[in-house]
Ligand binder design. Sequence first.
Ligand code: AOF
Ligand code: ZN
Length: 345
Amino acid sequence: MATPIETDAMRRAIDAARAVICALPNPRVGCVLLDPDGKEIATGFHRGAGTPHAEADALTRAGERAAGATAVVTLEPCNHTGRTPPCAQTLIAAGVTRVVFAQTDPDPTAAGGAETLRAAGIDTEAGVLAEEAAELNVAWTHAVTTGRPFVTWKYAATLDGLSAAPDGSSKWITGPEARRDVQKFRAEVDAIMAGTGSVLADDPRLTVRDEGDDPLPYERQPLRVIVGESTIPRYYRVFDQTAPMLIIQSRDPHAVLQKLAEREIRHVWLEGGPRLAGAFWNAGLIDRVIGYIAPALLGAGRPALEAAATTLADLRPIDVTDLTTIGKDIRLIGTPLGAPREDFD
Ligand code: AOF
Ligand code: ZN
């Protein structure tokens, strides 16, 4: 059993991990080291691929004080030599005597740290605040367990579900607060995807901008992914130097995600247009929906989603996990359910 002091330390480890906006393709991980009296020696966290893991970061800060300590970690210590050495071994070498962790490592290449620690005689406990810790890395966990990136589809529409007027105009349906909110989510992903049709129509930048509308530095930008067969002229903004860009000339969502998985992309932010979103929806490849609904009506225009429904049996409900107002607009976040909801009968 974890002590209340260890559970408290786990909360701080989770907070330390959460302060990192995005560590993809790696998970967000935090680690707190406690001395035998339960006093905190050091906190560490992981900043992204190629940088020290959370455990190594905390051990470096602790130095010799790590001997005899308890390590409280949000993810099972890794057991593999990847971009950095295995944390299970690093903890053993530092003289840590107890390890408490939250989420079991779902990454098959890194898993097995708990066994290594136990075999070395280290008192090891799993599952402490596991649900809270797993929340840090929903997309990453999905990607390393299924082998394909997690897909979040974002759209903006009127109350009658339209994303553009009949003449194609669409700027803007939602207010500035909603558009700023989108930037916050874009900063958490490692790819932003759009179809060639919507790039031609809207000339979007597909980058993450700060409050002042300046792009974040290049290294922090997600990969821009343009899907489809139409040619985009070179003067379009997706070709500027503010972020990397990849064109995938395929209409098969499975093939698109396969290509992205090969590049270690874990979380795709799918934005426009209705046809590309429809293809992903038909294939059952949308894992989360974020809709920004403007309290306004248009009456005619382009629907947010162009998918293959013919009858009401094709209705696919969303399990709503968050519903809130952003400025004058409504934001709904949810998980698509594979089958019709029973109480819809
Ligand atoms: C992290 N940060 O703090 C912990 C991780 O190839 P690497 O070295 O980048 O290792 C990535 C894997 O290591 C990752 O998928 C996860 O399974 C494990 N633990 N990773 O990036 C950390 N503790
Ligand atoms: Zn590690």
